[in-house]
Design a binder for this molecule. Structure first.
Ligand SMILES: Cc1cc2nc3c(=O)[nH]c(=O)nc-3n(C[C@H](O)[C@H](O)[C@H](O)COP(=O)(O)OP(=O)(O)OC[C@H]3O[C@@H](n4cnc5c(N)ncnc54)[C@H](O)[C@@H]3O)c2cc1C
Ligand code: FES
Length: 277
């Protein structure tokens, strides 16, 4: 069993979860993920590693509550235990001195991209981060990004900070204002990654996305995470999760993510009937 060291709400609907897992914490690299199961008879879901502390033996994730399993994770408290916490899984993100790197992140992607931002800066890059949320009060870890990035920009529909547009226009504006951008990395919901890739394609800037298909085992055996990149079949859990966003078959990914939509809704309704007064 794996003990929960901390669970706290970062902003409405997004929670931080710190799990005691020394073996995992010793090996984490930016861009990797874990498979977690909140209870014995639950579902296994993939969650990105947002931070880790080998000395404390802990791994931290940021969880956006969307369905039954993420609700169960958000209801955990320090001292609770989860039966499955497997990782680190997936290939780490490529970290090198690329030059100028623009990061585009939204919802749980702000947490998932944090270790990537940190290590890109250590590798000598000029790092520009663009953090997106529906409203300013849904942005978190601004201070963390500001502590390592050369520039941090915001976009939120309430126009409280920076642009009010969803990522493509502010991203395009940054890319046009910079003399040279060597790489864009976009992490968050599928639409954010798709839209970022569409925005950078005409400019020919290499764009990396961290794909989030349905996963079950996370080790290349079940095929649930099958996707297509560069015209070839890939398993996101072992070949990714990072892929070149210009090579991804986005229609297929959007379709496959909907495979269990009716079951997900039914599961959520059953959970709410059981758990809510
Ligand atoms: C490699 C990888 C890393 C991931 N990292 C993270 C992470 O760090 N944090 C995190 O919160 N999630 C992450 N995810 C996504 C996470 O695994 C799913 O959100 C989770 O499995 C949902 O389980 P559920 O039972 O709560 O919801 P489900 O019952 O599976 O989904 C409920 C419904 O919510 C909707 N939905 C699903 N995902 C989203 C979304 N992102 N935004 C809006 N609506 C959505 C869909 O309509 C879906 O039908 C990652 C996925 C992958 C593959
Ligand atoms: S999750 Fe099973 S093959 Fe990738």
């Amino acid at each position: 069993m794996f003990r929960i060291l901390a669970r706290k709400r970062l902003v409405p609907n997004i929670h931080l979860l710190e799990v005691e897992a020394p073996e995992v914490a010793r090996k984490c690299r930016p861009g990797q993920f874990v498979i977690i199961m909140p209870e014995e008879r639950g579902e296994r879901i993939p969650i990105s590693i947002a931070d880790w502390d080998p000395a404390r033996g802990s791994v931290t994730s940021v969880i956006l509550v969307v369905g039954t399993t993420t609700r169960k994770l958000a209801a955990l408290n320090a001292g609770d235990e989860v039966p499955v916490f497997v990782g680190p899984l997936g290939r780490p993100s490529e970290i090198a001195n690329f030059g100028t790197v623009v990061l585009a992140a939204g919802c749980f992607g702000i947490g998932a991209l944090w270790p990537v931002a940190r290590e890109l800066k250590v590798a000598g890059n000029r790092v520009i981060a663009l953090l997106d949320a529906k409203a300013d009060y849904l942005l978190y870890w601004k201070d963390r990004y500001q502590s390592v990035c050369d520039t941090v920009l915001f976009s939120s529909r309430d126009h409280a900070l920076g642009s009010k547009d969803f990522i493509p226009p502010p991203l395009t504006a940054v890319l046009k204002a910079e003399a040279r951008v060597n790489r864009v990395i976009a992490v968050g919901c599928t639409y954010l990654m798709y839209a970022s890739s569409q925005a950078t394609k005409p400019l020919g800037i290499k764009t990396i996305v961290s794909l989030n298909p349905i996963m079950v085992d996370g080790t290349g055996m079940c095929g649930a995470c099958r996707c297509t990149a560069g015209g070839r079949t890939k398993f996101a859990c072992v070949d990714g999760p990072d892929f070149d966003g210009h090579e991804v078959d986005w229609n297929e990914l959007f379709m496959r993510r909907k495979s269990y939509f009716e079951d997900e809704i039914r599961s959520l309704c059953e959970w709410e009937e059981k758990e809510l007064p």
